[in-house]
Ligand binder design. Sequence first.
Ligand code: AHR
Length: 323
Amino acid sequence: MRKVKQICMLLALFTLIAGCARPSEQAEEPKLLLGFSQLGSESAWRIGNTRDIEQKAEEYGVSLMLENANQKQENQIAAIRRFIAYKVDVIAFSPIVEEGWDNVLMEAKNAGIPVILVDRDISTENEELTACLIGADFYSEGVQAARYLIRKADSLNMDQVNIVEITGTEDSTPMRQRQAGFMDTIKNDDRMKVMESVNGDFLKSRGAECMRYLLEKYGDDIDVIFSHNDEMTLGAIPEIEDAGYTPGKDVIIISIDGGQEAIDVLKEGRINCVVECTPMLGSKLMETALKLKNGQEVEKLIHPEEKVFSDEQDLSGIEPRGY
Ligand code: AHR
């Protein structure tokens, strides 16, 4: 009987210890430590993307080490090295440009840390360096922009279409792919002529500078502006107005991203078409990082669904954009 009593007391003690430990363990122990190197804060898109990743990390119980590289590749490489030294479970990063990642990614591989590409791709011979890419289909965005332009030229009976292109950061995936998708789609249409492509680096201030330069050089001859993001478009529009032209009427304006400000300007008729590029990649990132930590298979390429907003549609029902 004494033995039974002793066993009962021991059991009660274990239950008490286990019961006490569990809630605090749950509160303190994150499911995953994720190192994320964001490339910068150049646009409303980028700021929305960072915010979404921070919010989703909290929702999924993921502990996030976030570093902002302020538009410098060397800062991203240094951040990835710090994540390796810190022994994070998974590394994610949005590469500012495509080239130059093999060495640091080999270091991550040797340390046994899986790497997720977010938003942009890298150029490498070694497919094993990264687990997957979560980001938009930039080529298709360029195709959608060009298809809109072809429809618009048809509807206006244009027999020649003079285009200027303001591109994003040189050698970045969205710059390369949006340009390729656009050019491939217009190349068999004899009306289309790209007069010049200039690099606006995805920045509003550079969009304005590029526009001033293009207006000075081509003035009246410009029929269309294909701008690789909203930020540069919003920089270019006041320059067009200052030069005495009406954006959306005298000049066809095509943009990419679909942030709130650009959608508002589209509704005013000062932009003609905005191809959506969603920055809301946080949920997919958390789900994929958790799978990798648990040794599960992940999809190699994850593209979100994206829409096209244009003056061909009723725009009154567009939901608030959140970026
Ligand atoms: O990589 C996505 C692009 O980068 C977005 O179109 C742009 O706004 C951002 O800066």
